[in-house]
Ligand binder design. Structure first.
Ligand SMILES: [Mn+2]
Length: 595
């Protein structure tokens, strides 16, 4: 006690000293106070969006109602939680909920299953199957939702114990109304019309392991009196016109949706009158258009990412190794309470920047090189996806600037193509025209009307963005207000690019023609990526606060380097850098697709 008091006092004093010295509380220990000349250079993440519970629940309810409307009264939708994934032996990866279940419930726990039956009368239109709390398990792996808590998080008012799911589905199969064991009904909509029950501390972990003491069944009327109301579903089944919706993303072998595929396959074997269909397109269409609520979450994910990028730029000139720079991203994401990254950070210096998904961060940071950082925070299941390329020293060389400005102009052209009714191919083609013009002008291609450009620009310009970094979409979608996507052209002068061309007379001629330019730009990789939302008459750039033009980047780095205290990033001369087998995978050819 005494000791902690002392520590407390010491902390208070040091906090006071820090305050007197003018240290901003929101700025990391490594970053010096703002100079008298102006506000801090590195942009602090604004506070997380404050959302009222009613607003959040209304959003979830509206989503569930929309899904219910789309599947109709003669259908049932079954959605499973993500399965835990093994990291190694008895250790799992951090749990991440299945996106669509999260989209409808905001529940972050394994083992929960949601069933929607829009045709049901009597209130059983939504049932959440939830594992019963297990104090001995909670001792090891943490808190499990109690029913009241799950109701407060999700807004679903009918919660049955998870083990009821199988018998429930068996009853549906034979068109029988299912009545769960009364102690398996953890919470019921029927409670809403009864006076509040005495609190059973369902949001606190139980302190006693006795099963009878665990917070479980809220009292409710006898289940026998509960109407099941499935008549319209059963009638449709009798006509072979009912539908069982399951999330099946397409293809037979999804690693992520294995349990859905197995469930659907097992169900499809029997003639039940309930025909299996995929719910995927319903969610894809809904998730493409972001609500104001979702846009606030996405903006926050982008804001955290911007701070991470800016901190990385500020320290890059002091780093010797890429991982030191990457650490600034990870630090910022943790510090701003991001869920995680939306995808592994890409931090590549010099030639490493020409590998699209370079993830090793084991390379040297050289003062004369460009560094490419593609990093996005995930917040409330929404991912940002932001890329910038900047000079480690703070100053672009003329050759670096020439490549950079082609990519920048291509991105601007992509931006100008954004409007409702346009498509992602329109955005890509607008950017591509500028890339091709630039490559021709710089001597890196000899003919605009061929695929030569693909040697230097081998990916698409855009992908949708949301709960997946490469978000769901419907086929041949056109842009509409509230659709969010990336604009990310790039040019990558891979040092070995010409070695892999087929040895035909034509390509020998091409190689000879572009060789001088290739030697000049070799090892330069540039990508610029912003996240935009379509508006009524164009777009809004969610990541526009992060410097993007050469003057803005150079100016920012000069000022941000001064803002970082000299002792904040002591250089380390040890040999943690020695990774004999770690550096070679990045040399493989990049995949063709989205970045
Ligand atoms: Mn991207």
């Amino acid at each position: 006690m005494r000791r902690s008091n002392l520590i407390g006092k010491a902390l208070t004093i040091s906090a006071l000293v820090s305050f007197c010295a003018g240290l901003s509380s929101g700025v990391a220990a490594g970053v010096a106070p703002a100079r008298a000349s102006g506000p801090p250079v590195i942009r602090e993440t604004p506070p997380a969006p404050a959302v009222k519970d009613e607003e959040r629940l209304a959003e979830l309810r509206a989503r569930r109602e929309r899904v219910a409307e789309k599947i109709g009264p003669s259908a049932i939708l079954v959605m499973f939680s993500a399965e835990p994934r093994v990291y190694t032996n008895d250790v799992d990866y951090e749990f991440r909920q299945e996106n669509n279940l999260y989209y409808l419930t905001a529940l972050r726990q394994k083992g929960a299953t949601l069933v929607l039956m829009p045709g049901n009368t009597g209130g059983l239109r939504e049932i959440l199957f939830l594992p019963r709390r297990d104090p001995s398990a909670e001792t090891w792996t943490g808190h499990m939702y109690g029913p009241e808590e799950a109701r407060q998080v999700s807004g679903v008012n009918e919660i049955w114990e998870a083990r009821e799911f199988e018998p429930f589905m068996r009853a549906i199969r034979t068109r029988r109304a299912y009545r769960p064991q009364s102690d398996a009904v953890l919470f019921s909509f029927a409670n809403q019309t009864t006076p509040p029950q005495p609190a059973t501390s369902s949001t606190q972990p139980a302190t006693t392991p006795s099963p009878s003491q665990t917070p479980t069944a809220q009292s409710r009327p006898s289940p026998q009196s509960q109407p099941t109301g499935s008549d319209s579903l059963f009638a449709a089944m009798a006509q072979n016109e009912a539908t069982l919706y399951v999330l099946l993303p397409g293809g037979d072998n999804s690693r992520e949706y294995r349990q859905e595929q197995e469930f659907a396959a097992a169900w499809a074997k029997a003639a039940t009158g309930l025909n299996v269909r995929t719910a995927w397109p319903i969610f894809a269409e809904m998730r493409m258009r972001k609500s104001p609520y979702e846009l606030r979450m996405m903006q926050h994910a982008v804001d955290i990412s911007i701070e991470g990028h800016e901190r990385a730029w500020a320290v890059a000139s002091r780093a010797q190794w890429e991982y030191e720079v990457e650490a600034e991203i990870d630090y910022t994401l943790k510090r701003r309470n991001a869920d995680n990254w939306g995808y592994p950070n890409i931090v590549g210096c010099g030639p490493d920047a020409t590998t699209l998904h370079y993830q090793e961060s084991q390379g040297r940071v050289r003062p004369g090189d460009l560094m490419l950082i593609d990093a996005g925070a995930e917040y409330e299941h929404y991912s940002a996806d932001v890329t910038r390329t900047f000079p480690v020293s703070g100053k672009f060389t003329p050759a670096q600037a020439e490549i950079y400005n082609v990519v920048l102009a291509a991105q601007d052209a992509g931006f100008r193509a954004i409007r409702p009714g346009a498509s992602l191919p329109d955005v890509h083609n607008a950017a591509l025209e500028v890339i091709k013009d630039g490559l021709l002008r710089l001597g890196l291609i000899t003919d605009k009307n061929t695929d030569q450009y693909k040697i230097w620009f081998m990916h698409g310009t855009s992908h949708y963005l949301g709960m997946n970094v490469h978000d769901v979409s419907v086929r041949a979608a056109t842009l509409a207000p509230d659709v969010v996507f990336t604009v990310e052209p790039g040019i990558y002068i891979r040092p070995d690019a010409l070695d892999y061309l087929p040895r035909t007379p034509e390509s020998e001629k091409f190689i000879a023609a572009v060789r001088p330019a290739f030697e000049k730009y070799k090892g330069i990789g540039v990508r610029i990526e912003d996240d935009v939302v379509v508006t009524q008459d164009g777009y809004r750039n969610l990541s526009g606060a992060l410097p993007r033009t050469i003057p803005d980047i150079e100016n920012f780095i000069t000022r941000a380097q001064r803002e970082v205290r000299a002792d904040a990033f002591p250089s380390y001369r040890g040999r943690f850098d020695f990774r004999p087998f770690g550096l070679h995978f990045a040399r493989m050819s990049p995949p063709f697709g989205s970045v």
